[in-house]
Design a protein. Structure first.
Length: 82
């Protein structure tokens, strides 16, 4: 397992690699927020997002509610009815 962590996760030492791997898992499962995961990993939020991107893990959720809000805003912008 240590060999896998060495190759798949960034970090200066095995403790940092384990911590980052655990927080990625916790975030992916929805157990912690993005901000909390970065805090637990001990890295800046932007760096944590970069790590998630490098592993093809979505870091931002775009819900149906967001889509509806965007559609309303577009209609309003176009001068249509809301």
């Amino acid at each position: 397992m240590i060999q896998i962590l060495d190759k798949s996760t960034t970090g200066k030492n095995i403790d940092e690699k384990v911590r980052l791997s655990l927080t990625i898992g916790m975030f992916a499962e929805g157990a912690v927020t993005l901000e909390r995961a970065a805090e637990l990993a001990g890295i800046p939020l932007t760096n944590f997002i970069d790590v998630l991107r490098s592993k093809n893990i979505p870091w931002m959720e775009y819900t149906l509610e967001h889509t509806k809000e965007d559609e309303l805003a577009i209609q309003k912008y176009k001068g249509g009815t809301t």
